[in-house]
Structures are given as structure tokens and as C-alpha cells.
Design a protein around this ligand. Structure first.
Ligand code: ADP
Ligand code: ASP
Ligand code: MG
Length: 462
């Protein structure tokens, strides 16, 4: 069971988490817990880490340490009042380590990817001991492990590492034996390389941690506890009548999270899928709601389109050059150089004249992509590269679209009727997703139009 940032935001929330865990423990289940940082803490850590190398002085460090101390000590006092002395000392010790590394970054005027990962893992480091203490306070034995101790071994890409196959056996060996005796609390969001260097798994990474741990211990189910009733037809902050979907397939959730549904980390389905483990998304604040069940073949219903996502933090890159026509290997050169610069390409479209290739990348990868492609311009492989920030990508997802003719027609007819200009279209080979790009200003409206067109706010047997 994984509990997200809002689910552990204060002492009252943690008591609710412990209620849930106690209930499942008493029912005879073996449970491992993954926790993320308290809501907002990771953002605070990322912000200060980014500022320190160029800060005029180190005056931002003390107030942050004080704020984190107050917040976590208040949470501890409310969630595990009998262990304030002992667990409080542990938290203060962790805060001293954090403070030391922050001063080091300021003094060196340098933030390496490795030190950044270490800093941003502190949200989880500070919170996990409190949850374990709160469980002990209810008479449930519990100890804390960081992601590395729990056995998560990763690639060395700081900030975006991926679990390695060896993790399974290590997790089984390290976490497995504890389950009969206690509820171990594992810090989400982090693992380590084969050399023992700490890595983080990307934003929202504790969802991924939970799935890696679940696969490692061969769990029967992986439960993601969050602050909404389940995965919805669209981000509820964009569409106010978005509806919770009772059942989805692994593929559908992968498409949704990959195309920006912030409800889950994009990789979090992979480990579960590999072991065919059922994943449930549930609401910590409404635990009797059944939530969303995710399995290999989601419930078949008569809906072809199930959900929509919308990402505005993307950029479009257009690559032009007549040299591309009929010349094999140009696409290879483009994608190889982008991969070498660690640019993740979200969408591709190539016109039939072959003279133009358009790509969609995450905004944060744009400058690396432009640098990479200007190298190709110098080599004469492509002639012209331009980019555009004012775009957003919308993905229409549903496994039922595969082989169902007419869905594309319905999507683009509805958008046309609403006078929304579509700049680029792409359909994945899985056919579970059709995505397109529109001007940034049209994004929310495009989503609204399609949510209505496919009656997504109505119950599923429309
Ligand atoms: P946690 O801290 O539990 O990991 P997150 O904030 O990362 O929670 O993810 C849950 C939030 O994701 C919800 O509160 C909701 O606002 C947002 N969200 C975006 N898209 C969706 C969607 N399709 N379904 C449900 N929630 C979504
Ligand atoms: N605390 C991390 C983040 O904010 C991981 C997570 O919440 O899942 O990204
Ligand atoms: Mg999350």
C-alpha cells in the first residue's frame, strides 16, 4: 500500500492511514507500506537546491530547516505522542544531514545531479519514521527502510532512474521476511545504483516504488492510496464533472500516465504488469469507495473512449529539410542524437512528403533537443529546426478504440465543429490512444468538447 503526499500531510491524516493499515492487518493480510513526502515538501527541497548555487548568501537554509522541523515534529507529536523523544531525535539528526548538504551546495556553488537527488529524497526520509512510530503506537510492530535498503536497484540516471531486474530478488530477500512480523514502512521515490549511490525515480516516483516493491514481494495486490476516489475520465481540475472509472487495463493507465495524467507515475504500471498484479487506486479520505481496479484486460464495456489527458508543459519541434526525402537513415540520425541527449520524445509525426518531421517533447527537454538538432544542421542532415512553446497535447485513451473504425473521425469532427485547429495528430501502435496537439489556449476547451462528445460524465453503459 502506498500513501501519497496529501494522505500523510499532517497528524490527523497519518492517524487515518494507520486506521486503514490496522484494519487490513487485523483481517490477516501481510502489508508493506510505501510513503511519499508530506505534501509540498519535495517542491520546497527542489526549490532551495536549485537556488543555492547562485544565491547571494545562505540565509534561505535556516528558515527551511526550521519549517521542516516544526512541521514534522508537530506531525510526530500528534501521530505518535509516546515516541516524541526517540523518533524526534532521529528526525533532528536527519535534518542536520540535510542542512550540512545544503551548506555544502552553497559553499561549492555547485549542485550535481547526485547531490540534488540526495537532497530531494529528504521529504520521504523525514516522514517515514513518523508513520512507523504511529503504527507501533497502535501495537503493530514496524520499522523503516529507505528504498535502497528495501532492495530497489536502479539505473544511474539521477532524477529519472529506472528499476533494474535484480531488484525483485533483493526485495524478496529484504522485505519478504519482515511481512510475517511487522508492517515495514519503506521510503518511496528512491533507490540506489549498484555502487550504492542514491537515485530518485522521477516526480511522483513513490507510485513506481510501490509497484516495484509489490512485484518484488509477489504481492496479491498493489494499492495506491491518494486524495481522489480513483482514476477519473479527466483531471478533475480541468473537467469538474469528471467521473471515476471503476476498471481500466494496464495499457490504458500506461497511456494516460505517459500522456500526463498526474494521478500516477508513468512507469508505475510496468512492474505490476510484469507480475500480473492487480493495482487499485483508492481514496484515503473515502476508503469505502471501491476506487479503480487496474488489471491486464480491463472490464469490457461499450465505450471506445474512456479518458482524456491534457499536458500543457510541452513544446513542438519542427524539422525541415529536403535532404530527408527518400534518404534512409535521417530519422535514425534524429532519434539517435535526441536519445544521446536524453530527450524523451512524446509524439512524432512525419508528413508523406518526408520533408518534415514534427516532434513533441517535454518543455524541460526542449533546450537539450534544440542543441542536439543544431548539431545535425551543422552536419547538413537537416536544414531547418524551429520550435513552439504555445502548444499543448491532448490524448484520447481507450483500449476499445483498437479496431473500432470511426473514432478518429468523431474526435476531429467534434473539434472542427468547435473551431479548434489541430496542429498535429499521432496514433500509437497500441491503438489505445489517439493524441493531438492544439494551441495552448484551445487545450481546456478541446478536452471539454471531447468529454461531452463521448459522454464521459455519464455512467459507463451509455
Ligand atoms: P498523491 O500525493 O496521492 O500521489 P497526486 O497529487 O500525485 O497524489 O495525484 C492525485 C491527483 O491527481 C488528484 O488529486 C487529481 O487532482 C490529479 N489528477 C490528474 N488527472 C487525474 C485523473 N485522470 N484522475 C484522477 N486524478 C487526476
Ligand atoms: N515526493 C515525491 C514527489 O513529490 C514522490 C511522490 O510524491 O510520489 O515527486
Ligand atoms: Mg503522486
Amino acid at each position: 500500500m502506498k500513501f501519497g503526499g496529501t494522505s500523510v500531510a499532517d497528524a490527523q491524516c497519518i492517524r487515518r492511514v494507520v486506521d486503514i493499515l490496522e484494519q487490513h492487518h487485523k483481517a490477516g493480510n501481510e502489508v508493506a507500506v510505501v510513503v511519499s513526502a508530506q505534501r509540498g515538501v519535495t517542491d520546497q527541497l527542489i526549490e532551495i537546491a536549485g537556488k543555492l548555487p547562485t544565491a547571494k548568501d545562505d540565509s534561505a537554509i535556516a528558515p527551511l530547516i526550521r519549517a521542516l522541523s516544526t512541521r514534522h515534529m508537530t506531525t510526530l507529536e500528534g501521530a505518535a505522542p509516546d515516541q516524541v523523544a526517540e523518533v524526534g531525535a532521529d528526525i533532528e539528526e536527519r535534518l542536520i544531514s540535510l542542512q550540512n548538504i545544503l551548506f555544502a551546495v552553497y559553499n561549492l556553488r555547485e549542485l550535481t545531479p547526485r547531490s540534488k537527488d540526495y537532497i530531494i529524497s529528504f521529504g520521504e526520509r523525514l516522514l517515514a519514521p513518523i508513520v512507523a512510530a504511529a503504527l507501533r503506537e497502535r501495537g503493530i510492530p514496524s520499522t523503516v527502510m529507505d528504498g535502497c535498503e528495501a532492495g530497489i536497484l536502479t539505473t544511474p540516471q539521477h532524477g529519472e532512474s529506472t528499476s533494474l531486474p535484480e531488484s525483485d530478488e533483493r526485495i524478496q530477500r529484504r522485505v519478504g521476511p519482515l511481512l510475517k512480523k511487522e508492517i515495514p514502512v519503506i521510503m518511496g521515490f528512491m533507490g540506489c545504483t549498484r555502487d550504492g549511490i542514491l537515485t530518485t525515480l522521477g516526480r511522483s516516483g513513490s507510485d513506481y516504488s510501490a509497484s516495484i516493491i509489490g512485484a518484488g514481494i509477489d504481492a496479491d495486490e498493489i494499492w495506491i492510496w491518494t486524495d481522489v476516489d480513483g482514476i477519473m475520465t479527466c483531471d478533475p481540475r480541468v473537467i469538474n464533472d469528471a467521473r471515476v472509472m471503476p476498471s481500466l487495463s494496464y495499457l490504458e493507465v500506461m497511456e494516460l500516465s505517459y500522456f500526463g495524467a498526474k494521478v500516477m507515475h508513468p512507469r508505475s504500471i510496468e512492474p505490476a504488469m510484469r507480475k500480473n498484479i492487480l493495482v487499485r487506486v483508492k481514496n484515503t479520505f473515502n476508503p469505502t469507495h471501491p476506487g479503480t481496479t487496474i488489471v491486464r484486460n480491463g472490464q469490457r464495456d461499450n465505450r471506445v473512449v474512456k479518458a482524456l489527458t491534457y499536458i500543457d508543459k510541452v513544446a513542438a519541434i519542427n524539422i525541415n529539410g529536403a535532404q530527408m526525402i527518400g534518404r534512409p537513415g535521417v530519422a535514425k540520425a534524429i532519434f539517435t542524437i535526441l536519445a544521446d541527449h536524453e530527450v524523451n520524445v512524446m509524439m512524432i509525426s512525419q508528413g508523406s512528403s518526408e520533408a518534415n518531421i514534427s516532434l513533441i517533447v517535454d518543455e524541460s527537454h526542449l533546450s537539450a533537443a534544440v542543441t542536439a538538432l543544431s548539431d545535425l544542421m551543422k552536419q547538413g542532415v537537416v536544414r531547418e529546426v524551429s520550435h513552439n512553446h504555445d502548444v499543448c497535447a491532448v490524448a484520447v485513451v481507450g483500449a476499445g478504440m483498437a479496431g473500432a473504425p470511426g473514432t478518429g473521425g468523431r474526435i476531429f469532427t467534434a473539434l472542427g465543429a468547435a473551431e479548434i485547429n489541430v496542429m498535429m495528430i499521432s496514433q500509437g501502435s497500441s491503438e489505445a490512444n489517439i493524441s493531438f496537439v492544439v494551441h495552448q489556449d484551445d487545450g481546456p476547451r478541446a478536452v471539454r468538447v471531447l468529454h461531452d462528445e463521448f459522454h464521459l460524465s455519464e455512467a459507463s453503459d451509455e
